[in-house]
Design a protein around this ligand. Structure first.
Ligand SMILES: Nc1ncnc2c1ncn2[C@@H]1O[C@H](COP(=O)(O)OP(=O)(O)OP(=O)(O)O)[C@@H](O)[C@H]1O
Length: 454
C-alpha cells in the first residue's frame, strides 16, 4: 500500500517567535515522487521529520491517507526514512543491516528471502557479508536504501541521501533511485538543496524559502513559469540573468523595457501579457533572461517577437558541447533586497594581464559602483559540488557582484568570439520574465496557467 500525504497549513518553531516552517500546505498523491528543494536552513528536513513523526507539529494538520496523523507514533506511520549519513549499524553486516527493520517488524519471521530479493534489486548481493567499514560511500548508501525498501513501507522519506557522495556516483545513484521508486510505486518525499537533482528526480518539485512554500509544480513548470524571482534564480544552470529594468509605455510611441543603456522594444501588436505590463509605466522592474532566450544574431535574422540589443564580450567559457558568453550590455544586476545570505566567494575567471588598471582595481571599481546602486541579487549558496567556484552558476563575488558582464548567453561551440567584440543579440520577448520589486512575476501574467506540453 502506498500513502497519500497531506500537510495543511503546517507550522513549526524551535524557538518562540521564529517559525522554521510557516503555513505549509502540500498534497502528495499516492505513488508520487515529490522533491522538497531549497537552500540550507529553509526547513526541508524539519518538514520531513514532521511527516515521519520525529518532530512535533505546532500548528496545522498532517493527513496520511486522509486521516489526521499528527499524534501517531512514528512506527504506526509505516514510513521508511533514508538519511544523508547512511546511518548503518557498524557492528552488523549488510545482511543484518537490511534485515534489522524486518526483524523488529516481525520477530518470528525469517528476513532472509526479503533481504536477498532487496539486495538483488539493488545489485549488492556480493556485499551482504561485509561490514559498513568495508564498504565505499556509494555501497553504504545502497545498503541504507536496501534497509528502507526491504520493509515495503508505505512511503519513503529521503533526506539528502546522496549529498555525501562524489558527483559521478551521485548521478548514477540518482538514476537508480528514480528507477527503483518508479518500480516500487511508493510515495516518496525527497529533500535536497541541489536543483539539478530535484529537476531530474521529481514528479513535482516544491521550492521552500525561509520555511515558506514558494511554488510547487512539475520541473518543467517551475523552470518555465517561476512564480517569483527566488524560484527563477534557484532553478536553472547557468543561473538566470536578472537585470534592473524600467517599463516605458509612452502614449505616442513604442512600449519598451529599459535596461540601463539599452532597451527591449516590445513587438506590436502587443501581446496580452505585454499590454498588462502597461500599468508598470515608469516603475522599476526586474527582468529575468535565461541564457537560452538570447541568441547571437544580427537584426536581419530577427524572428517575430525578438528585440535587438548589443553586448560587449567580456568572457567566453568553452564547455565542450556549448559556449557560455558573458556580455556587458550596460545594464545593472537587479536590486532585490532581503534575498538572504550571499554565496561564498567565487574566483573570477583568469584573464591575461593588460595595460591600465589591474584586475583587482577594476573589480573594486565595479563592486563599488554596484554597491552604490543598491544591494544586488544575492542568493543562498547551493553548495553543489557540481557547481564549483567559477562555474556559470556561481559567478558571484563576495559582494554579490556577478562577474564578469551582466548577461550570460548560451551558444553553440562553433561561434568564434573573443574578448572586446561588440555583438548583436536577439532577445526572445515571449520568454522574458518580468518581476516587480517584491520579486513576484508579473509577466507572463501570474494568472497564466502552465501550458507547457510543446
Ligand atoms: N532541533 C532544533 N532545534 C533548534 N533549531 C533547529 C533544530 N533543528 C533545526 N533547527 C533550525 O531550523 C531551521 C531549519 O532547519 P532544517 O534542518 O529543517 O533546514 P534544512 O532546509 O533541512 O537545512 P539543510 O539543508 O542545511 O539540512 C534552521 O535554522 C535550523 O538551524
Amino acid at each position: 500500500m502506498t500513502r497519500a500525504i497531506s500537510l495543511h497549513d503546517v507550522s513549526k518553531s524551535y524557538t518562540r517567535g521564529t517559525r522554521v516552517v510557516d503555513g505549509l500546505s502540500l498534497d502528495i498523491a499516492p505513488g508520487e515522487f515529490l522533491v522538497l528543494l531549497g537552500p540550507s536552513g529553509c526547513g526541508k528536513s524539519t518538514v520531513l521529520r514532521m511527516i515521519a513523526g520525529l518532530e512535533e507539529i505546532d500548528e496545522g494538520e498532517l493527513l496520511l491517507d486522509g486521516e489526521r496523523a499528527n499524534d501517531w507514533q512514528p512506527a504506526a506511520r509505516d514510513i521508511a526514512m533514508v538519511f544523508q549519513n547512511f546511518a548503518l549499524y557498524p557492528s552488523m553486516t549488510s545482511r543484518d543491516n537490511i534485515g534489522f527493520p524486518l526483524r523488529i517488524e516481525d520477530r518470528g519471521a525469517d528476513p532472509g528471502p526479503r533481504v536477498t530479493a532487496t539486495a538483488r534489486m539493488l545489485g549488492v548481493e556480493d556485499l551482504l557479508d561485509r561490514y559498513p567499514s568495508q564498504l565505499s560511500g556509494g555501497e553504504r548508501q545502497r545498503i541504507a536504501m536496501g534497509r528502507a525498501i526491504a520493509r515495503h513501507a508505505s512511503a519513503f522519506l529521503m533526506d539528502e541521501p546522496l549529498s555525501n557522495l562524489d558527483a559521478k556516483l551521485r548521478n548514477r545513484l540518482r538514476a537508480e533511485i528514480a528507477q527503483l521508486t518508479r518500480e516500487l510505486g511508493v510515495t516518496t518525499v525527497y529533500v535536497t538543496h541541489d536543483q539539478a537533482e530535484a529537476m531530474s528526480l521529481g514528479d513535482r518539485v516544491a521550492v521552500l524559502r525561509g520555511g515558506v512554500l514558494q511554488q510547487v509544480g512539475t520541473p518543467r513548470e517551475v523552470y518555465a513559469l517561476p512564480r517569483n524571482v527566488f524560484v527563477a534564480a534557484f532553478i536553472g544552470v547557468p543561473r538566470i540573468n536578472l537585470l534592473q529594468g524600467v517599463v516605458r509605455a509612452p502614449l505616442d510611441g513604442a512600449m519598451t523595457i529599459g535596461l540601463g543603456k539599452q532597451a527591449l522594444r516590445l513587438p506590436e501588436p502587443l501581446s496580452l501579457d505585454h499590454r498588462l505590463l502597461r500599468v508598470q509605466q515608469g516603475r522599476e522592474v526586474i527582468v529575468g533572461l535565461r541564457s537560452e532566450v538570447v541568441r547571437i544574431a544580427d537584426r536581419d535574422s530577427a524572428r517575430p517577437g525578438e528585440a535587438l540589443i548589443t553586448g560587449l564580450v567580456e568572457h567566453v567559457e568553452f564547455q565542450g558541447h556549448e559556449i557560455l558568453v558573458h556580455f556587458n550590455t550596460g545594464s545593472r544586476p537587479a536590486v532585490v533586497p532581503e534575498l538572504e545570505a550571499p554565496r561564498p566567494a567565487a574566483r573570477p575567471p583568469r584573464r591575461r594581464r593588460r595595460e591600465g588598471p589591474g584586475m583587482l582595481d577594476r573589480l573594486r571599481g565595479r563592486a563599488g559602483a554596484a554597491l552604490r546602486a543598491g544591494p544586488v541579487v544575492v542568493l543562498e549558496d547551493l553548495e553543489d559540488p557540481e557547481d564549483p567556484p567559477g562555474s556559470p552558476a556561481s559567478d558571484t563575488a563576495p559582494s554579490g557582484v556577478r562577474l564578469p558582464g551582466d548577461l550570460v548567453v548560451r551558444t553553440t561551440p562553433d561561434v568564434r568570439l573573443h574578448h572586446g567584440m561588440q555583438v548583436p543579440l536577439l532577445v526572445d520577448l515571449d520568454r522574458v520574465f518580468v518581476f516587480d520589486q517584491d520579486g513576484d512575476r508579473i509577466c507572463p501574467s501570474p494568472d497564466r496557467l502552465p501550458d507547457l506540453d510543446a
